[in-house]
Ligand binder design. Structure first.
Ligand code: ASP
Length: 354
């Protein structure tokens, strides 16, 4: 009996020792990570996103996909990967989902095709790559990355971008693979609304302006900080429903829809692109951080609420700095978003009150 008691106390002691060692190992890992923070934020578009339009199942499906995207990107960082790789991996998850207006779920142009834009930028050296108006690229963000890494240019468009894709071994896909029923219905609705507006003698421009915000937004993007202290930003989109063919939005425009510089911050935007281009939104936010010593939160609030909003520009941004701070301001009723850092667990948000 005594022997059994002795044996079990040895086992308990051994178990406690192992647990303690494990705990202090885990703690030292955490400490190590705290000294080199890693962080990522993503968005899946901003717009008229109201709770009443969601069934509990639909809401859960969106939240799960956002969590999957942010965790995919985070795990790249956690394994010591670069912010560029994390941004690309997170965006790929969103591009491959029909829920978001990029890749698989890209909206329709007036001509019933899909034209996509994407860009990526690295804060370490301000390298950047972008593609605009591509029709046959399954993951436009990957092609933007190739433009950055493998070409001497920053932005390639249309056929030229696709020809470059071929030289890089990227398979060209049929534009029909981006067809989805829900986006087609949106197009028909948008056309109907525009026809009505035109009958009221509004020209194309005015009629397009009359379209509700839900037809104009819904892009995806990511910003990340890696364990080397480098930040990056990327954005990918199908643009705006019912857009004219050839229309290019802010997403592939460096400084408007995407920007990254280790001296200030990294930004990915979503919203009514024409405003984001004219107000140079992403670069303006980072300039305020760099030259006015503002926090990313202050700078983001100023541009999104005090400048864009009065001008009539709707949308939002995700911002990260080299400390791993994240800010996600938007001036619409919602923005699909998520974040995860080495000191905070996964957060997923859709509406403006969470
Ligand atoms: N900014 C995008 C564009 O104008 C649309 C969006 O963010 O939803 O093309």
């Amino acid at each position: 009996m005594k022997q059994i008691q002795f044996k079990s106390s040895v086992l308990i002691a051994l178990f406690s020792f192992l647990t303690l060692t494990n705990a202090s190992f885990a703690q030292s890992m955490r400490l190590d990570k705290t000294s080199k923070p890693i962080a990522i934020a993503i968005h899946g578009g901003a717009g008229t996103i109201e709770k009443s339009r969601f069934t509990p199942e639909k809401e859960k499906a969106y939240r799960d996909k956002l969590a999957q995207a942010v965790e995919t990107g985070y795990s790249v960082l956690d394994k010591g990967g670069s912010s560029l790789d994390a941004v690309t991996a997170a965006i790929n998850v969103l591009e491959n989902s029909p829920f978001f207006n990029a890749g698989k779920g890209a909206v329709y142009t007036y001509d019933e095709t899909h034209e996509m834009d994407a860009s990526i930028m690295y804060g370490k050296n301000r390298q950047a790559g972008a593609v605009a108006g591509v029709k046959q690229i399954e993951n436009p963000i990957n092609l933007a990355r190739l433009v950055m890494d493998e070409s001497v240019h920053v932005m390639l468009s249309g056929e030229g971008a696709e020809q470059f894709a071929k030289t890089q071994g990227v398979e060209l896909v049929d534009n029909k693979i981006f067809d989805t029923e829900h986006r087609y219905k949106s197009l028909l609705k948008a056309k109907e609304k525009m026809k009505k507006a035109e009958q009221e003698n509004k020209n194309y421009q005015a009629a397009h302006n009359a379209l509700e915000v839900e037809y104009k937004v819904g892009t995806v993007g990511a910003v990340a900080l890696d364990s080397f202290g480098n930040i990056a930003a990327g954005t990918s989109t199908g643009g705006m429903t019912n857009k004219r063919f050839g229309r290019i939005g802010d997403s592939p425009v460096i400084g408007a829809g995407t920007f990254a510089d280790n001296n200030s911050c990294a930004v990915s935007a979503t919203g009514h692109g024409e405003y984001f281009i004219r107000y140079n939104v992403a670069a303006d936010i980072c300039a305020r951080v760099q030259y006015q010593d503002k926090s990313i939160e202050q700078a983001g609030e100023e541009v999104i609420h005090n400048i864009l909003m009065p001008a009539g520009g709707t949308g939002g941004v995700i911002i990260i700095d080299t400390q791993g701070n994240i800010s996600m301001p938007f001036n619409t009723t919602g923005m699909y978003r998520a974040k995860k850092t080495s000191s905070t667990p996964t957060y997923v948000g859709i509406f403006d009150d969470e």
